[in-house]
Design a protein around this ligand. Structure first.
Ligand code: PEP
Length: 244
């Protein structure tokens, strides 16, 4: 039976408005095998969201933010609210990415609060979880996932439009990926805690996407580095279409 796949590109702090606009237009022209059950998302930096929405036009690419604040408005310098994203035509947001957790003090609580606020204004959400290398080596992966996913599950009011991304931190931007066994095991744990689609993230590339996406509990990929180039991102999307 075909299952839906979601391929999301996280551009991090790359691509200003002009590059974002031309990327999404080129992606619409790139050869991505058609599959009804494939969703494609790109997550540009905040300043490039409007250009990306405009460039995507009526194509199948949806535009998500990389973060969203829990308040509607207020004295929160540097933050952006869900309704502001909606006003731009943005369809969803990432919350709790490991770079936010590690570099900017994001916690399970703030991640959950961001998720609740985003869903409250009708945005879809990709909530990121994943263990440090030391935690995996100490045999604590399941405990860490239970804590992180538990915070999301407890706060979530319904599951519609909610996706979790399993991103082992030691695999992000390192060229290392979880083994197929490690990925499948972690995804199964997450789905037991929260029955929503679960994306794998951590050095997904055209040459490893197919085998990861074929795993029974992998419903797509969150792609960093390989999403910055149209051809490599289109190749990962094609792998998603074939797995769907
Ligand atoms: C990410 O930023 O979410 C990510 C998975 O990055 P990369 O694919 O580069 O490891």
């Amino acid at each position: 039976m075909a299952i839906a796949q979601l391929i999301a590109g996280n551009w991090k702090m790359f691509k200003g408005p002009a590059q974002a606009r031309s990327f999404v237009a080129a992606l619409a022209d790139a050869t991505v095998e058609q599959a009804e059950s494939l969703d494609i998302v790109v997550c540009p930096p905040a300043v490039s969201l409007a250009a990306a929405v405009d460039g995507a036009g009526a194509s199948r690419t949806q535009i998500f933010g990389q973060n969203v604040h829990w308040a509607e408005s207020g004295a929160f310098t540097g933050e952006v609210s869900g309704s502001m994203l909606r006003e731009l035509g943005v369809s969803g947001a990432i919350v709790g990415h490991s770079e936010r957790r590690q570099l900017f003090g994001e916690t399970d609580e703030t991640t959950a609060a961001r998720m609740v606020a985003a869903r409250g204004v009708g945005l879809q959400v990709i909530a990121c979880v994943g263990e440090l290398e030391a935690e995996r080596e100490a045999g604590e992966t399941e405990r860490v996932l239970e804590r992180q996913v538990g915070a999301i599950a407890e706060a979530a009011d319904g599951l519609e439009g909610l996706v979790v991304a399993y991103e082992p931190i030691w695999a992000i931007g390192t060229g290392r990926t979880a083994t197929l066994e490690q990925a499948q095991e972690a995804h199964a744990v997450i789905k037991r805690l929260l029955p929503v689609p679960v994306l794998y993230g951590g050095s997904v590339k055209p040459d490893n996407a197919a085998e990861l996406l074929a795993l029974p509990d992998v419903d797509g990929a969150l792609v960093g580095g390989a999403s910055l180039d149209v051809d490599s991102f289109a190749a990962v999307c094609t792998a998603g279409a074939r797995a769907a």
